[in-house]
Design a protein around this ligand. Structure first.
Ligand code: FMN
Length: 198
């Protein structure tokens, strides 16, 4: 299933496992329900190593996340994970990155104090001069909140419900990933095209 295009690209499972090695405080933060918003011109930027450990954050990320640059350096990017994000979306994200592909993704992120903010993220592999993947970078903008409210929130709820209905996490993820796959394939498009067509 996994077609390795570049010998330096980690396979999706190794990348996903690596990304789960470091536990974060995000699991312990209780969402406040208070929504923050980016200004139209603002872009959140971060860079990670191959396992998703943060190596760079810009000032906008520092401001909206509530973490200092020092607090974010070297920690897993799931430090900003919000519990409403379905696991299937991250599975797809890492599966694509592991194949050296870029990905567009709507994300709800959690700030240090439990507030949240929606973004439209573009996450890409970073290549060195020899063409090897050396890490990943992401830029995120304020999304169209009509798309978030009308389509993404119901979609993510549907996927999360599938995931939590199963007693086994693995089975939940498989069912949810399969359901999502069917949704965009029914439109006759690939994942990125589906997201950009919303
Ligand atoms: C460059 C890059 C940016 C990422 N940005 C986010 C983000 O903004 N929010 C998020 O929840 N996960 C982001 N992730 C995915 C996380 O690494 C992680 O897979 C996700 O939070 C799920 O974590 P979990 O599997 O430990 O639950 C990003 C990953 C990469 C490589």
């Amino acid at each position: 299933m996994f077609n390795k295009q570049n010998s330096d690209v980690m396979d999706p499972e190794s990348v996903q496992n690596a990304s789960q090695k470091t536990s974060t405080k995000a699991n312990e933060i209780r969402p406040t329900g208070n929504q923050l918003s980016l200004d139209d011109h603002e872009i959140i930027v971060s860079k990670t190593d191959l396992t998703g450990k943060i190596k760079y954050v810009n000032d906008t990320f520092i401001r909206i996340s509530g973490y200092s640059e020092v607090e974010m350096m070297g920690v897993q990017h799931n430090v900003v994970r919000h519990p409403d994000m379905p696991r299937a979306i991250f599975h797809l994200l890492w599966e694509r990155l592991g194949r050296g592909k870029h990905v567009f993704v709507y994300l709800i992120n959690l700030s240090k104090n439990g507030d949240h903010y929606w973004v439209m993220a573009h996450i890409c592999p970073s290549f060195d001069a020899a063409g090897s993947v050396v890490g990943y970078h992401s830029s995120r903008r304020k999304p169209d909140m009509k798309i978030v409210n009308d389509t993404i929130i119901p979609l993510y709820k549907q996927l999360s419900d599938i995931e939590t209905a199963e007693t086994s996490k693995k089975a939940g993820l498989e069912k949810s990933a399969d359901a999502f796959d069917k949704i965009f394939r029914a439109e006759g498009v690939k994942y990125n095209e589906f997201i950009l067509s919303l």
